[in-house]
Design a protein around this ligand. Structure first.
Ligand code: ATP
Ligand code: MG
Length: 417
């Protein structure tokens, strides 16, 4: 992509009312646009990152046997009344509206109820199970505070998956494989070292749910980590009883601030029973379907990566989710030969399938370098005066700042893996 054609521009300052580091950097880099507190639009660069994260999540969900769907945002009041989750006292983040007829509708903040109700059309016997369905869906939540940039939106993208199984054993097997898949996702987006599987307040069926918490100063949660045992516990559930349940000593726990990037629940048969999702077992007996629910905050995850990996100059994307693999910089713009060479390199790299953002703008080199640091693409290639004679390109690693002079052949090799 030619940077001169990109309609977004970098900017020196974020909006004055923006207090989060992730949104500040993403707005300045031209990744997102702030529509209002808690509502952000994704611009060309931001959308590329989001799609890459989605691709990773999708691969992991498909590997589990997940089938992708897309549910509606408008939701029926009656369904949520059946499970006692319609009232604002029970769920304090509902956005609600009314049809012209006066009938109330809700805007989806989660989808257990509508998906479980829909499954009644497809599940009647044990032969129809298990089923694992997931979606990427924009959730709407009327959050009291939205000061964490894209880490807490009133409108945000979630991947939610729901498992429908016949019994607790079958459920548990799938649940454990989701834990593995989630840990893979967080590793693949560059947060493996920082993310802890954490005991948190429970679903309807089990004592605990499991959260995936990324250790981060900007996080909103407090967790306690026993590094030796590899166990983490959310402060919300930290009691003497829980400690003894898990066989953990208070003295071994280290307090950490963290951001919840995922949360998985075991609902047992409770919700299915309330909504009437039953199946006939092999003996012909009617049994409620066992429900599991598995969320990843996709846009929050993007914000957490920005917070966790940026430095004082800007964003540092891991290769797996960077909007481009390389940022090609034309450092001299008053020399036709150098310009032609840079365009040639751009053509060669893209022909090899390497994703390149080419800064072909008429601007000072210093300004371009500062923009490249802010935007945070993993490798920077500079074509300047020296390049014409030496045929060597300056290759700079965004993370380490290390620079080397390399041939075109080496450049291709480096950027292709
Ligand atoms: P939180 O405690 O942070 O409010 P939650 O426990 O209500 O989150 P879940 O209902 O478990 O969230 O949603 C699944 C995932 O969606 C969360 O683990 C989180 O990563 C993400 N998420 C939840 N609320 C938001 C939000 N307002 N903005 C962005 N991501 C969110
Ligand atoms: Mg949660």
């Amino acid at each position: 992509m030619l940077q001169s054609r990109l309609f977004t521009k970098t900017r020196k300052d974020a909006p004055k009312d923006e207090v989060s580091r992730n949104a500040e950097l993403l707005i300045r880099g031209g990744y997102i646009h702030k529509e209002m507190a808690g509502a952000y639009a994704y611009l060309p660069l931001g959308l590329r990152v989001l799609e890459k994260i989605k691709h990773i999540v999708r691969e992991e969900m498909n590997r589990l046997g997940g089938e992708e769907i897309s549910m509606t945002t408008l939701q029926r009041k009656e369904l949520w009344e059946k499970t006692d989750r319609w009232s604002d006292e029970k769920v304090d983040v509902w956005f609600k509206s009314a049809l012209k007829s006066g009938a109330e509708v809700g805007f989806g903040w989660s989808h257990e109820e509508p998906i479980t109700d829909m499954m009644k059309n497809f599940v009647s016997s044990y032969r129809d199970l298990p089923a694992y369905v997931y979606q990427f869906q924009t959730k709407l939540r009327n959050e009291l505070r939205a000061k964490s940039g894209i880490m807490r939106g009133r409108e945000f993208l979630m991947k939610d998956m729901y498992s429908y199984t016949t019994n607790p054993e079958e459920h548990k097997k799938f649940y454990d494989s989701v834990i593995e898949a989630y840990l893979n996702v967080f590793k693949r987006v560059g947060l493996g070292e920082l993310t802890r599987l954490t005991f948190a307040s429970g679903g309807a069926f089990t004592k605990f749910s499991h959260e995936f918490q990324t250790i981060l100063p900007a996080g909103e949660d407090t967790i306690y980590v026993d590094t030796k045992k590899g166990i983490a516990i959310n402060k919300e559930v930290l009691t003497d009883e829980v400690l003894s349940d898990l066989g953990v000593n208070r003295a071994d726990l280290v307090e950490e601030t963290a951001a919840e990037v995922g949360n998985i629940f075991d609902f047992g048969g409770v919700k299915s029973e309330q909504l009437g999702l039953m199946y006939k077992d092999e003996g012909g007996k009617s049994v409620p379907v066992h429900l599991g629910s598995y969320g990843i905050g996709v846009t929050r995850l993007m914000g957490v990566v920005v917070e966790a990996l940026s430095d004082e100059k800007g964003i540092v994307w891991p290769k797996s989710i960077a909007p481009f693999r390389a940022h090609l910089i034309l450092a001299v713009h008053d020399d036709a030969d150098i310009k032609a060479l840079a365009h040639e390199v751009y053509k060669t790299l893209t022909a090899e399938g390497i994703e390149v953002l080419f800064d072909d703008r008429d601007a000072r080199a210093g300004e371009k370098f500062a923009d490249a640091d802010l935007i945070g693409i993993p490798s920077r290639i500079t074509v300047g005066k020296k390049t014409l004679e030496s045929k060597l390109y300056e290759l700079t690693d965004r993370e380490t700042g290390k620079t080397s002079e390399v041939s075109l052949e080496h450049l291709l090799q480096e950027l292709k893996d």
